[in-house]
Every structure is written in structure tokens, then in C-alpha cells.
Design a protein around this ligand. Structure first.
Ligand SMILES: CCC/C=C/C(=O)SCCNC(=O)CCNC(=O)[C@H](O)C(C)(C)COP(=O)([O-])OP(=O)([O-])OC[C@H]1O[C@@H](n2cnc3c(N)ncnc32)[C@H](O)[C@@H]1OP(=O)([O-])[O-]
Length: 719
């Protein structure tokens, strides 16, 4: 796990060999200890270079090992002993030096980085802190403010920035190992004391307390209840105020608290869930790693509304030429200006030039004859979408992939009106599409494996987290949203207010509570869907709207809000009031309070005090319950996929893992017991009836989430 060679007769070259990222597994730590001993005790060796195999220095501790008991040599004393050695050690950094990887580099006496390398301490994103001396050594090297920023955000820096900050001594475009060996030879005669970071004093700013307080406040605002960033601040404070030996103890204490927390487990689960999500499999046996995607050079986007614009920007900025189609000249001109503006701002932020030459705007579908792929983003209306697909089917090359950005309509029905159902697939982007990372790739029963592979690979190229899902109304994300938001509106009837529910959900860690999110998305969208599905419409008595429809409980309050022209932020009024149409500063509205009170008295509902716990349990367990049904139905292949969708598409707090992971952490027995309790109280709410899969898992002793698949695999998959 660490290879030893003698080069240039006197330099020991130690290569970490643990693909794919040379993480510091117990075997690697053991290998480093052994090879370092050999280098330090061999009189022929005057200097040491440490590098990593396959162009990657080291991706840090082996995250998989965190779940089990600690084995092998602990990292911290191993690193301390490298720093204390009497022969110069040079880190040759290629690819990445992250987490424990950068901590390893920091105990080397010199650091040489390749120009394309990235460095950072991302432990905070895993719910941890850099506990192999990183919080104590980095501030000594680059000062408190810069170290605080890197450690509390986990941001990766380029080697050029690392050079400016003083993290590395040299950046090279040449073979970094060769450069490091030459560097090591020159370092042999030089004293090492000033190169041992633990022995340096921390350059302390005069306003340390004010700085730490400002950073703490900033984190409290942004971290939505995450503990790790605050622990990082405390560890850096220790570096500033204590000698190394005490600071390192404080670092370990803080790490111990984080390490055993549910948040760290959730964030590490998220790390692997994100990487598992791209790995789709079909019942036919075709899967992600044996199906070649097609190359996409040109694409078309139909419809330049909010979604179409974001999709066009996301395509053009990764080098794909885009033809954007609108039906009306004025709309096309507005769309053109918006897309160009967005692309220019995006390019400025990334420090690149905007690829405006890749864009073409047209009013004619005829111009799409030769594109490789089309993404339809017209109004959410099945008849209209079918007309578009029929026309595309006639116009486009027979090999062109036809994709729909529908957020919940039947992708197979669209495939059915074309001459190439195997080339039809859903690509459900989230608004704004150039910002949101999630892409649901909706596989119809007739989508070919090559089509799925192409949509998934295009998503990756567009820098999205792509998840393959099956075709059903609402797919995964929006299907689960319904029981969640239904519970929120039922709670309004019973005595809660929008601001109370939102506060509880936001304190839980959601980016936005359910009502603020609806105001942002537009309340008219759901209203139209309810009208189309016959749940509401002109036949409903406006004075006395029934509270039971289509055989189940129905809350008419959202319709009553819409009937007043309150469509959310865009109209300046929704569940909240805003300063102006398009305003974002939500304030509780007495008119909504009034509406709720009138409603309750009309139906003789005595409002009751609703606890925060009831809000959390009813909203989140209803959400997870639908997730279990989605797994049963084969619409999502694994719980990780659902959790990734909720983190990236719906602002679910990452440190809670996602709705399915949260259910597993709370305990499936408790979820089942609460759902049974609430279903008994509300027998006309089918979403509260515990799903058969949840019952089955509890009956099997509530296995850990990674084992749920074993209990679903016999069920039919729709992917
Ligand atoms: C006292 C302790 C203090 C120290 C704490 C730490 O260091 S905490 C750690 C701090 N370090 C970090 O937080 C860095 C975490 N890693 C990364 O950010 C990225 O992996 C990358 C930038 C290194 C490479 O990106 P990329 O897009 O080229 O590749 P990719 O992301 O697809 O990964 C490829 C495969 O490698 C796997 N794997 C990766 N890293 C680890 C690991 N450390 N461990 C185990 N496995 C790891 C990954 O699961 C995947 O496996 P699969 O699915 O093929 O079975």
C-alpha cells in the first residue's frame, strides 16, 4: 500500500498505492510507517519524497473505515513522527491532496504541487474536522483568517491559490515527482526547524475575538444546524490561543464529539449516496458500466420560459451548441436577452469567456433537423407536449434523442406519439436549471439502455447530479412532495400557521419551509394540476368547499388562497405578503390569519396547540412513507437515490441525510408506530397508512439502510 524505491542513489521515493484516490486506509498508514522507518534508518537515504500512484497524491482518510472499529496505526502520531524526522521530506502533490492527504503534506517539510492539483480540508463536509493536526498546522502556515475560511467551508483551492496562500512552496507543470526529488536533494543541507509547522507560532490578528465571532455568526446563519463548522472555529481558536500540544488535544476532543454524532454519519452517507446514484441497472441486465452513451455535440431546447433558459445556459456553458426555439418573436427576443445575460454572468463568475457563439435562436422547428438531442421545455400541458413530440418525430433525424423536461407527466405517453419510443426519455431539471444540481432522468418502459446512458452522461457533463428514476405521476421528487405538503395544509386546518410550520421545518434544516417554497414556485401551478385532475373547479361550492374529495380528505385552503389571486412571490401575495410582486422578503399576512380563522369557524374546527414534534413527524414521516412506496413500485432503485433527489432538488438538510436516511436514524419502529397513530386519527388520508415495505422492514428487525435493497429486490422494477 506504500511502495519504496531508492532514486538518485539517496532519495527514498514513497508512493501511496491505494486506488482510486490513495486514501489513507489502515494498510496505507501501515505502509507509510514501514517505509518511513526504512528511509530514516537507511544511512544511504538523505531525503524522502512522498507521492501517490495514478496521478493522485491522496484523497484523505478512508471514509469507509469510519463505520467500523479503528484498526492499524493511528494517523496523528504517524504524521507527527514524519514531521519530527531528521531527513527532509517533500510532498509531491499531483491530482488531489484532500483532508488527511493535505495533513500528510503539511507534515512534510516542503510541498511541490502540479499546476492542475487541488488541495483542501473538506472534512467539514463529512461532519468532521481535520483532526490529524490540520486545524493546528494550517493556521500556523497561512494565518488564522485564511485557515478559518478553508477549514470551515471545506473549499478546494487550485495549486496557484495554494502557492499564493503559502500552502505549497512551488508549482510545476513538469513531472512533479522528478521536480520534488531534485528539490529534496537541494534541501538536504538545510536546517529543518523552521519547516516543522507544529513548532511555529501562529500569526495572530489583533482582533481575533471579533474575527471568530463574525465567522461564528456567519456560520450560524448559513449552516442550518450543522455542528461541524462551529467545531472547526473552536479548533482554530485553540490553535490561536494554545501551544501546539494543547491545541492538538482540543482538536481531538472536538473530533470525538463530531465523530460519534448522527450528523457525521448522515454526511458520510450522503458522500457515498451521491456516488451510488449514477449507477443504474435495468431489469434486462443492462447497466451504467456496460452501456456506452452517445456523444452529444448539438442540442435544441424548445420553449424559452424559466426552465428552457436555464437548460440552454447549462448546455452552452459545457460546450454543446444549442438551438433555442420559441413560438413567438417577442418571447424569443426576451429569451435571447435573458439567456445571453445569464451566460455572460456565469462566465464572469467562472473566469472564462462566455460561449455565445454556441447559441442560435429560432422560431422554426425546421431548424432542428440535424441536432443530436432535443429537450422540450414547453408549458406543462400533455396535449401541447404531444403535439411537439409528434412534430419532432417527423422533423428530426431518426437517431435524434427526444427528451422532455416534464415535471410529472407520463413520459411513455409522449414516447407513444413518436416513431422512436426507445429514444424518448424524461430529463427533469429543477428551477433555476442553470443553478440547481439535480436532474431526474425519467426512464420510460421503452427507453433504451443507450438512451438512458446518454441522458445520464449528458447530465454529468452539465455538472448535474443525475438520478435515474421510473415513470409515474410526479416521478420521485414531486410524487413525494404531495403527502408532505398535504400534511402541512391539514396542520393549518387544525390550528397551525404557515410561519409556524415553516419555522419548524427551517429549524430542522430545510432551506425553505413548505409554504415559503410554494410561494417561490407559484401557487397557481398546483392549483392548475388540481383542476386538471378534477379535484377542484367551477362545480365546487365556493362558500362551502367540501373537505372530502375523490374518496379522501381534501384541504380546500390552498384553492381559496389562489382564488384571491395570491399566487406567491410573483404576485407579491401568497401564503405570505411581500413588499412588491417578485419580492422575496416574506412577512406573515394578517389576511391569511383571518382566512384560517374564518375557515376553522365555518367548519367548526377548534384550533389546538400543535407541537413542533408533531409538525416534524407528520410532514417527514408522510414524506418517507411515500418514499417506501416508491421503492416498492421500483420507481427508485434504492433509498440513496431518493435521498440524493431530496438533498439536491428540495433543500433537504444534508446533515440529516435525506428523508429515507432520517427515517432510518429515527428508527423504523418509531416511524411505523407514529404513522399508525396518525392514520388512525385520519383514516381518510391514505398517505398516512404505513407502506407494506416499511412494515416488512420492521418485521425483519429494521435492517440498516444499506440492506433495504435485499428486501425489495424481488419486487418489480420500473427503471
Ligand atoms: C483523523 C482523520 C482526519 C482526516 C479525515 C479525512 O481525511 S476525511 C476525508 C477527506 N477527504 C475527502 O473528503 C475527499 C473525498 N473524495 C473526493 O472529494 C473525490 O472522491 C475526489 C475529488 C478525491 C475524486 O473525485 P472523482 O470524481 O475523481 O472520483 P469519485 O468522487 O467518484 O471517487 C472515486 C471512488 O473513490 C471513492 N473515494 C473517494 N474518496 C474516498 C475516501 N477519502 N475514502 C474512501 N473512498 C473514497 C469514492 O467513493 C468512489 O468510489 P466508487 O464509487 O468508485 O466505489
Amino acid at each position: 500500500m506504500a511502495r519504496y524505491e531508492l532514486v538518485k542513489r539517496s532519495v527514498a521515493l514513497i508512493t501511496l498505492t491505494n486506488p482510486p484516490v490513495n486514501s489513507l486506509s489502515s494498510a496505507v498508514r501501515h505502509g507509510i510507517a514501514k517505509t518511513m522507518d526504512r528511509a530514516l534508518s537507511d544511512p544511504k537515504v538523505t531525503a524522502v519524497v512522498i507521492c501517490g500512484e495514478n496521478g493522485r497524491f491522496c484523497g484523505g482518510a478512508d471514509i469507509r473505515e469510519f463505520a467500523g472499529p479503528m484498526r492499524g496505526p493511528p494517523l496523528l502520531p504517524l504524521l507527527d513522527s514524519i514531521e519530527a524526522g531528521e531527513k527532509p521530506v517533500v510532498a509531491a502533490i499531483e491530482g488531489v491532496a484532500l483532508g488527511g492527504g493535505l495533513e500528510l503534506a503539511l507534515v512534510c517539510h516542503y510541498r511541490i504541487a502540479h499546476s492542475k492539483a487541488r488541495l483542501g480540508l473538506p472534512e467539514v463536509t463529512l461532519g468532521l474536522l481535520p483532526a490529524a493536526g490540520g486545524t493546528q498546522r494550517l493556521p500556523r502556515l497561512i494565518g488564522i483568517p485564511a485557515a478559518l475560511e478553508l477549514i470551515t467551508t471545506g473549499r478546494h483551492v487550485s495549486s496557484q491559490e495554494a502557492l499564493k496562500l503559502g500552502i505549497v512552496d512551488q508549482v510545476t507543470e513538469q513531472n512533479v515527482c522528478e521536480v520534488a526529488v531534485e528539490f529534496a536533494l537541494r534541501a538536504v543541507a538545510k536546517p529543518l526547524s523552521s519547516r516543522r509547522l507544529s513548532a511555529l507560532t501562529v500569526p495572530c490578528p489583533p482582533d481575533l475575538d471579533a474575527l471568530l465571532e463574525a465567522v461564528t455568526m456567519q456560520i450560524q446563519k448559513k449552516a442550518r444546524g450543522m455542528m461541524a463548522p462551529l467545531a472547526c472555529v473552536q479548533a482554530v481558536r485553540a490553535a490561536a490561543t494554545m501551544p501546539y500540544s494543547q491545541g492538538i488535544k482540543r482538536e481531538s476532543e472536538l473530533m470525538a464529539t463530531l465523530f460519534n454524532s448522527g450528523q457525521a454519519r448522515a454526511l458520510q452517507y450522503c458522500f457515498f449516496a451521491e456516488r451510488t446514484a449514477g449507477k443504474w441497472t435495468l431489469p434486462s441486465g443492462a447497466q451504467w458500466n456496460d452501456t456506452k452513451p452517445r456523444e452529444i455535440r448539438s442540442a435544441a431546447v424548445i420553449g424559452l420560459g424559466t426552465m428552457g433558459r436555464g437548460i440552454a445556459v447549462s448546455l452552452a456553458r459545457v460546450g454543446i451548441s444549442v438551438i433555442a426555439v420559441e413560438s413567438d418573436k417577442k418571447l424569443m427576443e426576451t429569451g435571447r436577452q435573458m439567456v445571453i445575460g445569464m451566460l455572460e454572468r456565469d462566465a464572469k463568475r467562472r473566469g472564462v469567456s462566455a460561449s455565445l457563439n454556441l447559441l442560435k435562436f429560432t422560431l422554426s422547428l425546421q431548424d432542428l433537423k440535424d441536432v443530436d438531442l432535443v429537450i422540450e421545455a414547453v408549458f406543462e400541458d400533455m396535449a401541447l407536449k404531444k403535439r411537439v413530440f409528434q412534430e419532432l418525430s417527423k422533423l428530426c433525424r431518426p437517431t435524434t434523442l427526444l427528451c422532455s423536461n416534464t415535471s410529472g407527466l407520463d413520459v411513455d405517453a409522449l414516447a407513444g406519439v413518436t416513431d422512436r419510443p426507445q429514444l424518448v426519455i424524461g430529463m427533469h431539471f429543477f428551477s433555476p436549471a442553470h443553478v440547481m444540481k439535480l436532474l431526474e432522468v425519467v426512464c420510460g418502459p421503452r427507453s433504451s439502455s443507450e438512451t438512458i446512458a446518454t441522458a445520464m452522461s449528458l447530465g454529468k457533463r452539465m455538472e448535474k447530479v443525475s438520478v435515474a428514476v421510473g415513470n409515474c405521476p410526479g416521478f420521485v421528487g414531486n410524487r413525494m412532495l404531495k403527502p408532505y405538503s398535504d400534511q402541512a395544509t391539514f396542520l393549518l386546518e387544525e390550528g397551525a400557521t404557515p410561519e409556524q410550520i415553516d419555522k419548524v421545518l427551517e429549524d430542522f434544516g430545510f432551506a425553505m419551509g413548505v409554504f415559503r417554497m410554494s410561494d417561490l414556485a407559484g401557487l397557481d401551478v398546483g392549483w392548475r394540476v388540481r383542476k386538471e385532475s378534477g379535484l377542484t373547479g367551477p362545480d365546487v361550492d365556493p362558500k362551502n368547499p367540501p373537505r372530502r374529495r375523490q374518496g379522501r380528505k381534501y384541504c380546500p385552503i390552498p384553492d381559496m388562497v389562489c382564488e384571491q389571486g395570491r399566487f406567491g412571490q410573483k404576485t407579491g401575495r401568497g401564503w405570505y405578503m411581500y413588499d412588491k410582486p417578485g419580492g422575496t422578503n416574506a412577512k406573515p399576512d394578517p389576511l391569511i390569519q383571518n382566512l384560517l380563522e374564518t375557515y376553522r369557524s365555518r367548519y367548526g374546527i377548534k384550533p389546538r396547540n400543535i407541537t413542533d414534534q408533531e409538525i416534524i413527524d407528520r410532514c417527514l414521516f408522510a414524506l418517507a412513507n411515500e418514499g417506501f412506496r416508491i421503492l416498492e413500485d421500483g420507481i427508485a432503485a434504492r433509498p440513496e437515490d431518493i435521498d440524493v433527489i431530496y438533498q439536491f432538488g428540495y433543500g433537504f438538510p444534508r446533515h440529516r441525510g435525506g428523508p429515507m436516511f432520517y427515517a432510518s436514524m429515527v428508527g423504523l419502529e418509531r416511524v411505523l408506530e407514529r404513522l399508525e397513530h396518525y392514520h388512525q386519527a385520519h383514516p381518510d388520508v391514505p398517505h398516512l397508512e404505513p407502506s407494506p415495505l416499511l412494515k416488512k422492514l420492521v418485521a425483519c428487525g429494521s435492517p440498516p439502510i444499506q440492506k433495504w435493497r435485499e428486501h425489495i429486490k424481488t419486487m418489480h422494477s420500473h427503471l
